[in-house]
Design a protein around this ligand. Structure first.
Ligand SMILES: [Zn+2]
Length: 161
């Protein structure tokens, strides 16, 4: 850990594209994303880049899967039976659920339903993808005590309140 006496809150606008140049997400038209540096609120590799930038700086940042949402874990791609879902569940592609209530258990999503067979995937939707971020830093300030205690930034574009 660094001995930096101050923790920063950093605001930035971003556009996220996949390797084909397709836009996946963007803060355009919304508040800049506001986060607490070093808190794990955003991808650590992106956090490191942003911490090295000044307000007004723009940068294109490419993250390999290991610095993004990880590699695809084939063991998290499974086939289950429709009857294993609670009665009355509308099982269709896109449905998200947890297999158990343990903290940190992966969120699964239904990928396909073929008759009684349900194909599910517990990987992050962006697992295995090379991520291309275009970022612009809009704000840097010291974090408040509340923000440090909560582990996230407050205010427009930040967490709750
Ligand atoms: Zn809070």
């Amino acid at each position: 850990m660094s001995q930096s006496p101050k923790t920063s809150v950093i605001g930035f606008h971003y556009t996220l594209k996949d390797d084909k140049g397709e836009e996946l997400d963007s803060s355009a038209g919304a508040h800049a994303m506001l986060y607490l540096a070093g808190s794990g609120q955003i991808l650590p590799a992106l956090d490191r880049e942003l911490q090295g930038m000044a307000v007004g700086d723009k940068k294109s940042i490419t993250l390999p899967p290991k610095d993004g949402y990880g590699l695809v874990n084939q063991q998290l791609k499974m086939q289950v039976k429709l009857a294993q879902f609670p009665k009355g569940t509308d099982v269709r592609p896109g449905l998200q659920f947890r297999i158990n209530q343990e903290v940190g258990s992966p969120m699964f999503r239904v990928v396909n339903v073929l008759g009684e067979e349900v194909f599910i995937d517990g990987n992050h939707p962006l697992a295995g993808q090379i991520l291309h971020f275009d970022v612009e830093v809009t704000e840097k300030r010291d974090a408040t005590e509340d923000e440090i205690a909560h582990g996230h930034a407050h205010g427009p574009g930040g967490h709750h309140h």
